[in-house]
Design a protein around this ligand. Structure first.
Ligand SMILES: Cc1cc2nc3c(=O)[nH]c(=O)nc-3n(C[C@H](O)[C@H](O)[C@H](O)COP(=O)(O)OP(=O)(O)OC[C@H]3O[C@@H](n4cnc5c(N)ncnc54)[C@H](O)[C@@H]3O)c2cc1C
Length: 313
């Protein structure tokens, strides 16, 4: 199978099978373009770890993120897009084509959609890497069930942090949200749910300075941002939700990025600085990082790629 993938010159290569990449793939397949979607983890993206998506249109009672992403993947394959589980480690540009390096060889295409999304940002404190998967996690849905009736810490104050806290509050004895500000940044509706949950507490105006433990996590050290006072808070697990970093390290310099690493695009057509390459979803500069927007971006990137391909024939 992979050998066929290598021999072929695809109309469209899509890096990332989250909502943006899968949306582009659905449109491409339906529009008669040959499209290869590469994802290092398989179809899903960040949506797959969200236990309940409540704000994607069409699901008044919410939908499990895993189900939503599986259905998007199935829809893309139904229309003829081809999925491959492999990590793209480099992109070469030349001879009117894009050549992707993967652990299974190279893949060539005439146009490119970069939809590689974001990964969780690390706190960068002592103990974080040491205790990763021994109490430190970036995904409540994945690891929360390991902490039944335990005391947990969630670090952050945005939507993800509050969603993670709500999910964990159904499993854990107590969830303490450590946030460096004195109010949340999450959507008001989500905040309201968290404030109503009796076993969620908030430690305002504090930052985590270290994750403590021996074989596994036993707590965190926190510091008050104004007074500098430090203390320890016991916990069996620490869930970090302090933002994201774009997954763009594999891109060549022809595809310009901003200081934080997000791909620069022309907002009207999602064109990057490299002709024939488009960026969609969370990975692009200025995105409203939501599923609905990623899906819209995927459709627009497809249309732009299609125009490019028609013009370059
Ligand atoms: C915990 C959590 C809860 C969320 N809740 C909501 C919500 O309720 N509603 C909502 O609208 N949004 C929510 N979001 C945001 C939403 O999930 C994202 O906006 C959306 O998934 C972005 O889609 P994307 O396709 O741009 O990127 P992603 O979903 O990040 O997908 C990118 C894909 O690219 C792959 N990839 C990356 N680098 C490479 C590479 N080098 N080679 C191959 N593949 C690669 C990754 O494996 C990944 O599958 C949530 C996010 C998180 C983390």
């Amino acid at each position: 199978m992979s050998e066929d993938h290598a021999a072929k010159l695809w109309d469209l290569l899509i890096i990332g099978a989250g909502p943006a990449g899968l949306s582009a793939a659905i449109y491409a397949g339906r529009g008669g373009l040959s499209a290869l979607v590469l994802d290092k983890l398989g179809p899903g993206g960040q949506v797959a770890v969200n236990h309940l998506v409540e704000n994607y249109p069409g699901f008044p009672d919410g939908v499990a993120g895993l189900k939503l992403s599986e259905e998007m993947g199935r829809q893309a394959e139904h229309f003829g897009a081809v999925m491959e589980v492999s990590e793209v480690t480099g992109v070469e540009i030349g001879d009117g084509r894009f050549t992707l390096s993967t652990e299974q060889g190279t893949r060539q295409g005439r146009a490119l959609v970069i939809a590689s999304g974001c990964a969780p940002r690390e706190l960068g404190v002592p103990g974080e890497r040491e205790f990763y998967q021994r109490g430190v996690s970036y995904c409540a849905t994945c690891d929360g069930p390991l902490f039944r009736e335990k005391d947990l810490i969630v670090v952050g104050g945005g939507d993800s942090a509050v969603w993670e806290s709500l999910f964990l509050s159904k499993i854990a004895r107590r969830v303490t949200v450590v946030h460096r500000r004195d109010q949340l940044r999450a959507e008001p509706a989500v905040q309201k749910q968290a404030f109503a949950q009796p076993n969620i507490e908030f430690l305002w105006s504090h930052v985590v300075t270290a994750i403590l433990g021996e074989d596994s996590v036993r707590g965190v050290r926190v510091r008050h941002v104004a007074t500098g006072e430090e203390r320890e808070v016991p916990a069996a697990g620490v869930f970090v939700a302090v933002g994201v970093v774009p997954q763009t390290a594999f891109l060549p310099e022809e595809i310009a990025r901003d200081e934080a690493g997000f791909v620069k695009v022309n907002a009207a057509d999602l064109a990057t600085s490299q002709e024939g390459a488009f960026a969609a979803g969370d990975v692009r500069e200025g995105a409203f990082r939501q599923i609905a927007c990623a899906v819209g971006d995927g459709a627009l990137a497809y249309r732009s790629a299609r125009h490019y391909l028609e013009g370059s024939r």
